[in-house]
Design a protein around this ligand. Sequence first.
Ligand code: HEC
Ligand code: HEC
Ligand code: HEC
Length: 396
Amino acid sequence: MTRAFLRAFRSGVRAWAGPLGLALWAGLAQANADLGWRIITERSLGNCGACHAWQAAPASTSTFAPSLDGVAQRYNAAQLRQWVVDPRHLRPDTLMPVFGSLSGLRQPAPAQAVLSTEQIDAVVLALQQRTVIAQTPSAPPAFSPSASTSAPLTLAPKNPTPDTQGRISGLAFLSPSLRQMNDDDMANPMSLWVERGLAAWGQSKPGPTCQSCHGPVADMRKAVAQHPKLSPDGRSLRNLEDQIGVCRQRQGASSAQPDDTVLALSAALHHAARGEPIAVQAPVARQSVWQAQWQAGADQYQSRQGRMNLSCAHCHDDRVGAQMRGDTISPGHPTGFPIYRLSWQQAGGMDRRLRACYSGVQSAMPEPGSAILRSLELYLKVRANGMPLEGPSVRR
Ligand code: HEC
Ligand code: HEC
Ligand code: HEC
């Protein structure tokens, strides 16, 4: 009797679970597609809009990667899943990050896959349901003034005048209003830092002043353009801020650590050196030590890094002019430091900017002043040799 009851009970359950289950499943699928779309759009989750455009609200206008509109017409669910989990299986040299694995990634931070299996399921479902046909070209527009005037965000270069080697400074990539703020000394927040630095140059601390050993700031133009240099013992690279720190100890400062006075002195010296062509060279003695430092920087520049699995070169050589949300990728030339960055609401040097790029690819960040940041600065300066220093600048 119990057995008969159980059988009846089970078939009863099956009878109502069928339609209800289907309805439940459909509801759940909808919920998951909504969740998936949230994962796609939100910066703290998939952040797909940093690279991909789409038309659905909230729209994304990034041009780093092809539009996601209509992507489900090009790929089935299994292929879409593969793109998101680990696109290296589809295209070994891909610029699409790995969202479902950590295998082979350098210094991922935090050290867990960006998305869980459940989140990726939801993303795939959302991609399948958003089948808007792409109206926009799927290839990112090449960097050219005409392509950028039609771009929805007019952050494009106003007067991109490449030098004889085709190099363009980051200044050319500022929006017109930022460019104006940069060019007007009254509006440029770095002017205050320059004034403060000029005052510090002539101040005694209580030891000798910078001026008493070095003369007027203007006499330092060449020296500014030659940094980073090897330290006198040849063991490490010194950038301008490091050298200022060393000299402040000559004045009695307790440490060579960079602080606001060092940043202000760097601003004053860079200001005095405006127009001076960058001239970073191997010293006659210790050529091979210098070369090894440069090589370390070059290797780091080319290495894929972090959970986004991108190298500096992928962005600053291969995708110049592409939009990542509000940013236009410049070639990353070190001509305008130190910078006042609006998003920081503060001034910062090269280390801070480079660390921001590490953070952007979700990589562990090297410590300020670390050897790898100095090697990278050396590599960037050599790459920009001959370009004029532009002095302290404003950035987005
Ligand atoms: C760092 C930039 C970046 C981010 C972030 C990114 N992608 Fe991509 N994605 C690319 C690039 C670049 C391609 C083009 C293919 C290539 O380079 O191999 C691509 C290709 C794709 C493709 C294949 C498109 C096609 O038309 O062939 C899909 C699907 C895709 N991405 C989905 C996503 C999803 C979903 C997310 C967020 C979870 C995402 N992407 C985040 C850069 C990115
Ligand atoms: C007591 C003399 C003395 C004082 C004071 C001094 N410096 Fe120096 N500075 C030197 C010497 C010596 C060097 C050569 C490198 C070294 O030994 O550190 C140097 C090198 C430099 C350089 C690099 C020059 C080059 O040709 O590469 C810069 C920039 C600099 N100092 C900035 C400053 C600033 C800024 C101050 C004030 C905070 C300052 N110095 C105070 C002695 C001094
Ligand atoms: C995912 C793309 C991406 C990667 C990878 C990346 N950056 Fe950047 N970087 C940016 C963006 C966006 C900006 C801000 C816009 C600009 O100035 O290019 C920027 C700015 C810079 C700047 C400042 C340029 C200026 O004129 O103010 C330098 C220098 C730089 N990056 C160097 C590097 C180095 C070195 C690496 C590798 C360790 C790196 N970036 C990795 C996207 C990237």
